[in-house]
Design a protein around this ligand. Sequence first.
Ligand code: ATP
Length: 621
Amino acid sequence: MRTRIRWNPALVAALTGLALIAVLGILAPLLWNTQATELTGTAREGMSGSHLLGTDALGRDVLARTLVATRLTLVMTLAATALAALVGIVLGTAIWVSGPRVRELGLRLIDVLVSYPALILALVIAAVVGAGPTASVVAIGLGGCPSFARLTANMAASVAQRDFVTTARLMGVPPHRVLSRHLLPNISGPLLVLLSVAFANVLVALSGLSFLGLGVQSPQYDWGALLNSGLEALYTNPAEAIGPAVAITVTGILAGFVGDGLAAALDPRDTPTKPKPVREGTHRRPTGATAPTDALVAVDGLTVELPDGTRLVDHVSFHIRPGEIIGLVGESGSGKSLTAMAVAHLLPQGLTAHAAELRVGELDLTRPHTLDAARLATDIGIVYQDPSASLNPALRLGGQLTETLRVHQGVGRTEARERALKALDQVHIKDPERVVRQYPHELSGGMRQRAMIAAAVLPGPRLLVADEPTTALDVTVQAEVLRLLAEVNEANGTGMLFISHDIGVVGTLCHRVLVMYAGRIVEELDAADLRAGRAHHPYTQALLAASPRLEDAQEVSGRPLATIPGRPPTPRDRPAGCAFAARCHLAAEICATRLPPLVDKVACHVVNGTPATAAPKETAT
Ligand SMILES: Nc1ncnc2c1ncn2[C@@H]1O[C@H](COP(=O)(O)OP(=O)(O)OP(=O)(O)O)[C@@H](O)[C@H]1O
């Protein structure tokens, strides 16, 4: 979780504003010091052409004094913010590294200090250390440090539980290096946000101290001190208070905007995630095939990318007819889940999908702004791998099952309950009346997955996406759940996208199978062909050879099961040619340099007999 800032317009505008104020702070004493200190003899004069904000009690130009005060105000604010951050981070770190008792005591103490208003704390400190700029900085800086201490201690505690910190500790990395290399870089984002918010708070607190007469003392002046003298003449010459008041407000708001902008810039969820239509001519169809008109799901040239342009899913095209079960199979990391999630319009935040066509029924996912949330929620049902993670442990099953019906379809409580009971019955859950009153933890893993399937089919979806729905279950329950999915599909005529590592399972349940490797479809085949071992792509053949089959048990007993040597390349390391070439026993020279297109449902130069010179060049970025 290294901090990477993605600049956004609000952040740039706020930083530019603050930079301009900082430049003003540097230049103003050089340019306008004379006007700011010159006694003109016209005390408390109102706004005029020669004194835009009038003059103060001694006849000095208020605008010039406001501008000149910028430097001292900013220097004090920066110093106090830095002090608060420094002391707070050191304190927070010390609390985190100390033993459990001291840590507990320290955290409680900090909680008390955070809940105590910083200005009051600063007033107490100022009363002890005295008035003046340095004392104000110390008072406000120390008053602001508890927030930094709490954030540091809490964030460090949460990052410290992560595997890479545990590993570093086990490897004997000294605590100060664990802190500087692993902890602080990982909490620098939130600290940066707090820093800008603290800057605004410190500015207001310092101005408050000066305003109360406990901060900067004459002849020095900051915005707070100017506000104080402006207040004396608020009714006779309100302009005198306007200058410092506007300066404090604008600077504080800009610092707040920087905090907001940083929070957005550091939040990985803030990047665009919606599928976008492909720009004309940028992507060509891998198969040249168009989805049939009766297709329920039509995916053409689907590409899923990271913000840096790395392709995780690369030009995937397929279709699903109503009632058809399509299997997506491939090793871990081949892009199965992302393909399915793009179809379900549920891509993880930070990823972007492009496609020439991405449609489920009438839902055009390439035009997210046209999508109706209710249709989306009811037309696509999802069964996840781990039902314990996808069911809310704090809610009874009845409420969870009926939620979509009630929220998106406006079904009344009684009818929703009736339908939930029926759906539970359809997935062979005994005593549905009792189950709807139970919490997820009261059910077995298999029961939870059935309940999950019931929840997914309850709103009557046209497409069911099942992402490795049996992986978390034991073998006997797996078979039941697969049977159940087949039943539901047949009974409801739902299209299904079924994802699995297991080519055997996919061959049994599905009608057609798409084999994925390194983000691309490398072969498409009928399940019957798969079951009969009629696969063409060397990768599909290798998957089949690595999959145990009951009928082969006798024949292979004593022999180890075939394995596929090597590992798939990571999305950033994919070669220019066939991603499987390095592991393929048939690989020819061309495979290393040219990406094989999907021709006759197989993406393989060797199988398709592509002449070396005729192979089209595609770039896999
Ligand atoms: N949110 C994400 N941010 C960055 N990379 C991601 C993200 N989600 C997935 N990936 C990467 O995209 C690639 C494809 O992931 P995907 O989850 O689709 O694979 P998969 O075939 O479903 O694997 P598995 O069977 O292990 O779930 C992988 O390399 C994975 O590390």
